[in-house]
Design a protein around this ligand. Sequence first.
Ligand code: HEM
Length: 436
Amino acid sequence: MKSGIAKRLLWSWRPESQREANDAIVKNMLLHWFPSTVTKRSLSFSYSFWLGTISAVLFVILSITGLILMFHYTPSMERAYPSMKDIDFATSYGWFLRGVHRVAAQLMVVSVFLHMMRVFYTGAYKKSPGKMGNRPRNWVVGIILLLLTLALSYTGYLLPMDQLAYWAMIIGANVAASVPFVGEHIKLALIGGTIIDQNALLRFYVLHCALLPIFMLVLMAYHMWRIRKDGGLACMDQVSLQHGMTDAVPASTKTYSLLGITSGIDIKVQAPSQMEEEDRILSSPNLVRRLWLVSLGTMAITILLAIYIQFPLEAPADPTMAPNPAKAPWYFLWLQELIADTTFTLAGMTVNGAFLGGIVIPSILLVWLVAVPYLDRTSAANCGIWFPRERLKQNIVFTVVILVIVALICVGAFCRGPSWVFYWPWEQWPELPVNF
Ligand code: HEM
């Protein structure tokens, strides 16, 4: 009996019949998130690498550790830095909590980015061969989630108010100010004044601890819900195609016309009963157990990394002494490098790199990313397959963009010395006079 209760708490018992599986989904709030059965292919590790799930788990870890850190952190110019020091050295397990939060933040940037790459390479942003669902919309939602992940990481980076934080804020504010005509207004809205002080810190604190996470949570819920609305993961389309399934328009009955009021009158269903039995397995225990495994694995890796990697604070923020070089967080180094590379003088005219490299080029990249599902005219029958031949051109362009970004990050991280001068990693930087 006891073990039966434990199994039910872990939602991994094996229902006796399809009927019992359906009942469990209807009766249990957490199981309600899942369909009663899933295709074997969508559970395969080598299709999704579970990167979306890993990103969601990291978000949960960040929310829990962040909430506890909020009890100890004070968002004031005088107290921010000392309260971080207290967390590191005076609070019980404070160093560990901060370490887990920091590691999870970095891992989340990586996992969300890798998830986007996997979705691209499997063409999972394409509409199903039938008319059902709208995967392109979920791709766009994903792009917003990626931007939110970066914004959350950046706003958090600023809170310790050490030298790194202060000068990263200055770089961000200057890039915002470089937008023609409205730049100064954007900067004012971002930092709440003309200099980095209490207003700026409070803005970043509220953004980091409330606005951005709430927005992220709502959008993540929508993202997951859309996966169900889109007929499951894109690899399921292949199963449908194998069985020659097409969308079926249900008979117009009273019930369907009622549904029609809520979601338009063009109702189409892909009845799972049409799918061959052997392709489908019960969500509980199959999906639920894998979810537990991925969640526990993600937690274990985050905790191990947090124990072994140190995140020492820099010196307290000092507006009179800029570190040289002042580097942005690694995931923004490609932008900093682009800004440096696009700042040059031509025929006596100086090109503003902050605007060209910091705003124009990333905006073009963003618009292209958003438009990807609408520009890609290859057959939807390739949706949910890794590197199909027909999408070779798209995959090459995407890979080149990724490689350029990675190369720029590496140059920024390892080859830039004082005054952003290029040095090979093995070259010695020159001695600089103090206060240079
Ligand atoms: C906080 C960030 C994100 C979270 C938590 C998240 C979560 C998920 C989850 C759990 C899945 C199911 C499959 C899997 O585990 O891989 C998924 C699928 C999907 N995600 Fe995300 N995602 C995020 C960001 C993104 C981004 C950046 C994109 C693309 C720009 C994206 C586009 C998609 C699409 C199109 C699918 C359906 C894939 C398919 O049908 O194979 N997501 N997401």
